[in-house]
Design a binder for this molecule. Structure first.
Ligand code: 13P
Length: 249
């Protein structure tokens, strides 16, 4: 079932005490929307966050993982490790992972497989760069990112996939895609899924928008029919702002 989701990607922010303080602030907020709420702290804070939110509806999710189950991969964390501390959802393919850590469609396909094999849910990110949009190439770029990393999957796998369209030019820049640009791309993404897997799957998948979503623009973006929520960076680091976005539905 298609759900509204708001996920806070904390990126490489917040040590332990800041994590505890932010979670304590988050717990004081009132939720008035039906959105599923998630936060993605860094690896070192996943367990304390999980413990602190055990009785809460806010889900703690990971920002990344490796595709191997275990072995000689210094510095990496596996799906099994995440699951062992109760984490059931992982963000994969964020543009910062692609840009700074050489993640490719091929390596992401392996990560997606590993997550699904461990019964985890995946928030799969993709999006074009400014140069792509300037030459009208955004749909081709997005279509290829989705096809190359996800189209080897059986239709059934999509019940555990959430898509997150994050145009690179809108991330951390204060510049958002207009609600119309977001809607157009989300409708295109749904039609791409429809062509491969059929309308039932396409209609069922939640597609989040990410890129400078703030309390003052969330309502308009979320009002679009194919936008099912947001992946929030900067504004997820303040509890009031984050919940203003959660409650923007
Ligand atoms: P900002 O909300 O800071 O633009 O970040 C978006 C993002 O990258 C979420 O994953």
């Amino acid at each position: 079932m298609r759900k509204n989701i708001v996920a806070g990607n904390w990126k490489m922010n917040n040590g332990l005490s800041q994590t505890q303080a932010l979670i304590s602030d988050l717990k004081k907020q009132e939720q008035t929307s039906d959105a599923e709420v998630m936060i993605a702290p860094s690896y070192t804070n996943l367990w304390p966050a999980f413990e602190a939110l055990r009785k809460d509806t806010i889900e703690v999710v990971a920002q990344n993982m490796h595709f191997a189950e275990d072995g000689a991969y210094t510095g990496e964390v596996s799906a099994g490790m995440l699951k062992s501390i109760g984490v059931k959802t992982v963000i994969l393919g964020h543009s910062e992972r692609r840009a700074y850590f050489n993640e490719t469609d091929a390596s992401l396909a392996k990560k997606v497989d590993a997550a699904l094999a461990n019964n985890m849910r995946v928030i799969f990110c993709f999006g074009e760069e400014l140069a792509d949009r300037k030459v009208g190439n955004e749909e081709t770029v997005v279509e290829n990112q989705i096809k190359n990393a996800l189209f080897h999957l059986e239709a059934d796998a999509f019940k555990n996939i959430v898509l997150a369209y994050e145009p690179v030019w809108a991330i951390g820049t204060g510049e958002t895609a207009s609600p119309e640009q977001a809607q157009d791309m989300h409708a295109f993404i749904r039609s791409t899924l429809d062509a491969k897997y059929g309308a039932a799957i396409a209609e069922d998948v939640s597609i989040l928008y990410g890129g400078s979503v703030k309390p003052n623009n969330a309502k308009e973006i979320f009002s679009k029919p194919d936008v099912d929520g947001g992946l929030i960076g900067g504004a997820s680091l303040k509890a009031e702002d984050f919940f203003a976005i959660v409650n923007a539905f």
